[in-house]
Design a protein around this ligand. Structure first.
Ligand SMILES: O=C(O)[C@]1(O)C[C@H](CCCOc2ccccc2)[C@@H](O)[C@H](O)C1
Length: 149
């Protein structure tokens, strides 16, 4: 069964509990449950991982090859703007990925306007709130089906 890995970066464990005016009131658990439900409807499994630590995210990406992950959906959070290490880990495993951002990063501080990942992503979903995760899962499923045809 095809498998998606959903990775969320630092502070996203607080989703839905702080700064609702920016990130909304949906919790990370809600997001993960919704992604699992959507993928299950298409006979795709979704594994979820959240960490506040860059090295743990790198480790999880590296493990994805051996864990037979077919697609990655990642919100790197603040590491979007700083992490060559996460960029390099994604390149090393050669698993297609979609980058998700809840807020419109281009409408925020200028330091959020650069991503170390976007140019290597299969696609980016930015500024659609937590619905962006649903859009990313639906797109990943379509790409996986296309690849299996
Ligand atoms: O808009 C996004 O999804 C971001 O990846 C969120 C990051 C912040 C994640 C922290 O999320 C929180 C959620 C609730 C309360 C506090 C932080 C931010 O650093 C990026 O520039 C854009």
């Amino acid at each position: 069964m095809p498998s998606i890995l959903l990775i969320n970066g630092p502070n996203l464990n607080l989703l839905g509990t702080r700064e609702p005016h920016i990130y909304g009131t949906t919790t990370l658990q809600d997001v993960e449950n919704t992604c699992r439900k959507i993928s299950a409807q298409h006979n795709v499994t979704t594994e979820t991982f959240q960490s506040n630590h860059e090295g743990e995210i790198v480790d999880r990406i590296q493990q994805a090859r051996g864990n037979k992950i077919d697609f990655i959906i990642i919100n790197p959070a603040a590491y979007t703007h700083t992490s060559v290490a996460i960029r390099d880990a994604l390149a090393a495993v050669s698993i297609p990925f979609i980058e998700v951002h809840i807020a419109n990063v281009y409408a925020r501080e200028s330091f959020r306007h650069h991503s170390y990942l976007s140019d290597k992503a299969a696609g980016c979903v930015i500024g659609l709130g937590t619905f962006g995760y649903e859009a990313a899962v639906q797109s990943a499923i379509l790409q996986l089906k296309r690849g299996s045809n």
